[in-house]
Design a protein around this ligand. Structure first.
Ligand SMILES: C[S@@+](CC[C@H](N)C(=O)[O-])C[C@H]1O[C@@H](n2cnc3c(N)ncnc32)[C@H](O)[C@@H]1O
Length: 312
């Protein structure tokens, strides 16, 4: 894993910084005020469940599109994983493709082998056209200007290189219909109310919760990418799918959401909700998650986009 030049003014030694602080009973990375979820062991368990889920969705792979082809030639083939978390994706890729040099960056030193940068800064410390591939997965809730983030990605990828973006959607579904098609008297009300509040808190903090659904349009709008491939995948939540693969995905998503619900508590409190309203929202959503997943056939959507950096 590479390390920036330590003489560089922008480089911060992890010994110099207090990264973590306790907020409402959970540990947060206080270096990135944009990212409103904890950085602690329960969150790392959630990242691991999500990583496994993605592997089931992608039939055992951790990438899509012409990923290996893009890394076929060259002396030093370089991949950047932005918002690497505990680095499972980056480590697994480095184990699979031994000829590739993988760099993981995150604002939190969850995994000490990686580099620490906030992807919200205008210029990340990598040269223009430095990477062959850039991967950014489940990070949009920590990015306050996603179009600017995509421009920065475009700057760092070489012409002909690949970007791979994966984001879970923020709209929930029951019986394959989105929240908007239900009234407050029908459907899993507690579940939907929690997600509405989650989106409201993100918007209040300047994060656009609709980014996942618009990834392909946003990439197109940069005018820097071509061969954009896009997929929207239904992810069941819970134990109702009949087919074994879908059932496994449903179980993994259920477990990941079971961990997400309490992780949202500090965000809701910081967003101005009082304690009893916050606890009630989480309790009602938990009841729907536990007892309503089968009745309502809960599901969410996963958005995957890969595109080639134009040769300009
Ligand atoms: C939900 S986790 C996903 C981890 C990993 N990408 C995965 O898919 O398993 C989001 C990660 O993005 C990191 N993150 C959020 N905002 C960031 C930012 N602005 N710059 C760098 N990392 C960020 C968080 O610290 C966290 O580790």
């Amino acid at each position: 894993m590479s390390k920036p030049d330590e003489d560089d003014d922008c480089y911060t030694s992890i010994e110099d910084v207090d990264f973590f602080s306790e907020i409402h009973g959970r540990t947060f990375n206080i270096q990135n005020p944009t990212y409103l979820l904890p950085s602690d062991n329960d969150e790392i368990k959630r990242y691991t469940l999500f990583h496994r889920l993605i592997k089931f969705v992608l039939n055992g792979r951790i990438y899509t599109g012409p990923f290996k082809e893009t890394l076929q030639f060259g002396m030093y083939r370089k991949v950047l994983d932005i918002g690497t978390g505990n680095g499972e994706w980056a480590i697994e890729l480095a184990d699979e493709l031994l000829y590739v040099y993988v760099t993981g960056v995150d604002t939190a030193p969850i995994q000490y082998r990686f580099e620490i940068w906030d992807a919200n800064v205008a210029n990340m410390p990598y040269k223009d056209a430095y990477f062959d591939v850039i991967h950014a997965r489940a990070i949009h809730t920590g990015i306050h200007n996603y179009p600017a983030f995509l421009s920065e990605i475009a700057r760092m990828i070489r012409p002909g290189g690949l970007v791979l973006l994966i984001e879970p959607g923020m709209t929930q579904y029951a019986q394959d219909k989105p929240e908007s098609e239900f009234t407050s008297a029908t459907g899993p009300v507690g579940w939907f109310k929690l997600w509405e509040t989650y989106r409201y808190c993100l918007s209040s903090a300047g994060i656009d919760p609709s980014i996942p659904e618009h990834l392909h349009c946003l990439l197109e709008a940069t005018n820097q990418f071509e061969d954009i491939e896009y997929s929207e995948i239904t992810i069941p939540i819970g134990f109702y799918p009949q087919n074994r693969r879908s059932l496994t995905i449903g179980e993994l998503q259920w477990m990941a959401y079971d961990l997400l619900l309490p992780a949202l508590r500090p965000m809701f409190l910081n967003c101005g909700l009082n304690k009893s309203r916050t606890d009630e929202l989480i309790k009602n959503a938990t009841v729907d998650l536990y007892h309503g997943n089968t009745i309502f056939e809960l599901s969410s959507r996963l958005y995957i986009v890969n595109a080639k950096r134009k040769n300009i």
